[in-house]
Every structure is written in structure tokens, then in C-alpha cells.
Design a protein around this ligand. Structure first.
Ligand code: FES
Length: 235
């Protein structure tokens, strides 16, 4: 597949409101601190390492609160100018909310915000969460992947570019093609590894960095084998 030498970037999303999601007027101010007095607090909990935000699947948003009865829940994708409210006056006490991530969501990161339903300036913003897409690979369409050492590039623009390699028998490995230095798309150099066209970083075929300025190995993409002919890459 074609390798794009330009720095990889994606268009900031335009979310089409569906179901309960409605655009709201941006809130002009938010608290620098999530504490007003000793009795009131509202904090989004960071996800556990195994909790991912996957397009088309449910994600559980969790928070810790005290002194707040009901909250409004909103999110934005990438650097969108306004927040989209998904729940109003949701009880704060359970401390969690299940959010169904759209299958066709368009963006790289999603950020949640929760705010006191009666004082929207009292709010807390979570850290941006990477949006992960499920990319289905039919092995029957890629005979290279049925051979030991075979490697295929996936770079159709629907996800971050990545490669899948047959590492022997029925085992596979998937690596991101986004350079860990400053995000350029790296080039596959046959079966010997990868090179970055921007500042010259090089990586082994297993993703380990061999030459800087990149300091980090390529990101590994999670793979799931559904059956003998289907892989799912979580890109
Ligand atoms: S972005 Fe790849 S070496 Fe700088």
C-alpha cells in the first residue's frame, strides 16, 4: 500500500448529533480548581489500563464527587470549540455513566467534562482519551500474511497507518507507522525495518528504535484473532 511521507494528521471531527446528543452553547468559564469549600468536589477518574475507548463499543466514565447532587455530562473530540452534552441532571452519586461511543466517530482523542447541574462553572475536565478503531482484516485478501515474515501496510486514511506482520505460524504482530519522535509516517524498508523521512529515525522490524532522534519504540497495535481468516486490529 502507498506510504504518505507527509506528517500524519487527521481532520478535527464534526460530530453529527445522534440520539440524546445535542449541541450546547460553550460554557464560558470553568473552575481552575474542582474544590469550592471543603464539602464540594467533582473529579473524573482516570481509566484503568485495560479500559479503552473503542469506537462502536461502550465506555464507562467514572468520577468521584461529594456535595454535588446532579451533574451534566459532556464531551468534545480533538480540539472542538464546543462541548456536546450527553446527559443533563444525571445523579452524581453512582459515580459512573456508560457512554456508547459512535462507530463512525471522527477524531483522534475524546475528552469528557462533568459539571454541577445547578452551577455549570463548577466542573472537571478529564484527560483526553485516545479513540481506538476496530479494523477488520480478512487474511484471505492478504496472502503475504499467511507466510512467515510476511508484512502488509494498511494506510487507507480511515485510521492511523499501521502494519501487520506474520511472526511465524499463526502469530501476528501489528505496529503503528506513526513515528514516536514527532508523528511523521514512517517508511517500511523491505523486511529490514522502518525509516522516518522527517528526521531520520530508524526502527527494527519488531518496532524497536535503532537510531534517534526518536527515543521510543513504535507503538504496538492490539490484535485479536476472530477466526482462521479474520484479525481485528485495535488502531
Ligand atoms: S518525526 Fe520521525 S524522526 Fe522526527
Amino acid at each position: 500500500m502507498k506510504t504518505d511521507r507527509r506528517k500524519f494528521s487527521k481532520t478535527i471531527s464534526k460530530i453529527i448529533p445522534i440520539g440524546l446528543i445535542t449541541p450546547v452553547i460553550p460554557i464560558a468559564t470553568s473552575c481552575e480548581s474542582n474544590q469550592i469549600g471543603p464539602e464540594k468536589s467533582l473529579t473524573i477518574a482516570p481509566p484503568e489500563s485495560h479500559e479503552e475507548l473503542v469506537a462502536g463499543e461502550a465506555f464507562t466514565l467514572k468520577w468521584i464527587s461529594s456535595g454535588v447532587e446532579n451533574i451534566d455530562i459532556a464531551y468534545k473530540v480533538d480540539n472542538a470549540a464546543s462541548w456536546l452534552t450527553i446527559e443533563r441532571e444525571y445523579p452524581a452519586a453512582p459515580g459512573n455513566y456508560t457512554f456508547d461511543v459512535f462507530r463512525n466517530i471522527n477524531g483522534k482523542v475524546l475528552t469528557f467534562r462533568i459539571s454541577d447541574a445547578i452551577d455549570e462553572t463548577f466542573s472537571n475536565e478529564g484527560t483526553p482519551l485516545k479513540i481506538i478503531f476496530k479494523f477488520e482484516i480478512n487474511l484471505d485478501n492478504y496472502p503475504q500474511l499467511k507466510e512467515d515474515g510476511g508484512i502488509v501496510e494498511f494506510d487507507d486514511g480511515s485510521t492511523d497507518p499501521f502494519v501487520v506482520q506474520n511472526t511465524g505460524g499463526d502469530s501476528f504482530r501489528s505496529l503503528s507507522k506513526v513515528c514516536t519522535h514527532q508523528g511523521c509516517v514512517i517508511d517500511l524498508q523491505g523486511n529490514s525495518g522502518f525509516a522516518c523521512p522527517c528526521h531520520g529515525s530508524q526502527f527494527n522490524i519488531d518496532g524497536s528504535v535503532t537510531k534517534g532522534p526518536a527515543e521510543r519504540n513504535l507503538d504496538e497495535i492490539r490484535l485479536e484473532k476472530v477466526d482462521d481468516s479474520t484479525l481485528i486490529a485495535y488502531v
